[in-house]
Design a protein around this ligand. Structure first.
Ligand code: NAI
Length: 393
């Protein structure tokens, strides 16, 4: 049993790494045991006992609140800091002022600046588009800046008035159409923030032999924020990856966000790795997920490539409407586990799971959310679906 560490910018993974996990609220109780059993079996099948994940449960959300009185105990944060790599089920965001979203807290405290979302289609899964097999992209969404920084003031407040006064009197801004009833938001986008995101996207493309990185932005309108992202992205690529670009190994291109959304439907094969800002990334992730079968099977990860910290997660929420019924689809969490195995360099185990999923979907077997759209679809419970995957490994 050993901790994963980062040495000389390389992840050092022992054969029996300790990996903390958060089961998650709501359907977490259904999908975590299912996803874990498939990950464990795949690792066993791939390495015959030479490698094994030593899972370490850490508490967050409702389970943590009941046992410790805190929704995100210090111990949990410390475990993710110490062990570098972790995985989590969905967590409830309590409604009401003053309580920070747990997901946001983890991202901010560990400075997980990349939100990584691979989007691929599995044969057998119904899609609303004609050629889902052409969709194979990896989205690098900036995770710490943009309007998500939460710098906003409500119309009518003293702060909004003060801010407007600053704009008008000191910055000579005369363009606010309805100054008395306007709310204001600030969108910070920095050189460092853009560069580290684009660098991560380019390194990923090179490592995985992918042909292009596309910078998606709205720089025609927001010239210094989104336009800055594009300019700084290109400059970084030319400065740090000149040889790869010159040799034709990698193409860096850019596209305006609205055109990109259109193009993903018309010619998705044009895109491989996408590097984009926080808000664009939010819209893009959901559209692309829908194109390959929906949010129920879309995985994600939040990563800081400089420190090695990474938290892999299901992208959907806690689905309280179906929690505890053994009908939830564990695929999103399981595929985030596949991403985690790849991050560890355990590609054989990751590949086994992907193949087993395809075999299972091709036989028309899935949880109800997917099976009901399949021709001759056969609905399985969460547990039965996991058992089927294990049998197909
Ligand atoms: P949701 O994703 O939980 O549910 C939306 C719809 O999708 C529901 O009909 C649900 O039954 C269905 N669904 C979601 N995951 C599914 C799965 N694995 N299999 C089958 N069906 C599935 O979104 P909602 O209802 O907006 O949020 C519920 C709670 O989850 C909130 O407290 C929210 O804050 C939290 N949340 C947490 C996230 C996270 O931890 N990363 C992300 C999104 C929401």
């Amino acid at each position: 049993m050993q901790k994963i560490i980062l040495k000389d910018n390389q992840l050092q993974v022992s054969d029996f790494p300790v990996i903390p996990f958060i089961e998650g609220d709501g359907i977490g109780k259904d999908i975590w045991p299912a996803a874990r059993s498939v990950m464990d079996q795949a690792v066993e099948k791939a390495y015959h006992g030479q490698r094994r994940i030593e899972w370490k449960e850490v508490l967050a959300g409702e389970k943590a609140f009941l046992q410790t009185g805190s929704r995100l105990p210090e111990e949990t944060m410390n475990a993710f800091k110490e062990y570098l790599v972790g995985i989590k089920g969905p967590l409830t965001t309590p409604v009401g002022g003053g309580i920070r979203s747990l997901n946001v807290a983890l991202r901010q405290d560990l400075d997980l600046y990349v939100c990584l979302r691979p989007v691929r289609w599995f044969r057998g899964v119904e899609s609303p588009i004609k050629h889902p097999e052409k969709v194979n992209m990896v989205i690098f969404r900036e995770n710490t800046e943009d309007i998500y920084a939460g710098i906003e003031w409500m119309q009518g407040t003293e702060e909004a008035q003060k801010f407007y006064h600053l704009l008008e009197s000191e910055m000579n801004v005369k363009k606010v159409r309805f100054p008395k009833t306007s709310s204001f938001g600030v969108k910070p986008v920095s050189v460092e923030g853009s560069e580290r995101l684009v660098r991560a996207a380019i390194k990923y493309a090179l490592k995985n032999n992918l042909p292009s990185v596309t910078l998606v932005h709205k720089g025609n309108i927001m010239k210094f924020t989104e336009g800055g992202f594009k300019t700084w992205g290109y400059a970084l690529a030319e400065r740090e990856f000149a040889d790869e670009i010159k040799s034709g190994k990698l193409v860096i291109k850019d596209v305006i966000a609205d055109a990109f959304l259109q193009n993903t439907l018309l010619k998705p094969e044009d895109y491989a790795v996408i590097a984009t800002l926080n808000l664009n990334g939010d819209y893009i992730s959901d559209q692309l997920a829908a194109m390959v079968g929906g949010i129920g099977i879309a995985p994600g990860a939040n990563i800081n490539y400089q420190t090695g910290h990474a938290i892999f997660e299901a992208t959907h929420g806690t689905a309280p409407d179906i929690a505890g019924k053994q009908i939830a689809n564990p695929s999103s969490l399981l595929l985030s586990g596949v991403m985690m195995l790849e991050y560890l360099g355990w590609n054989e185990a990751a590949g086994l799971i992907e193949k087993a999923m395809e075999t299972t979907f091709l036989s028309g077997k899935a949880t109800g959310d997917l099976a009901r759209f399949m021709k001759d679809g056969h609905t399985l419970s969460t547990k039965e679906f996991a058992a089927e995957l294990n049998a197909n490994l």
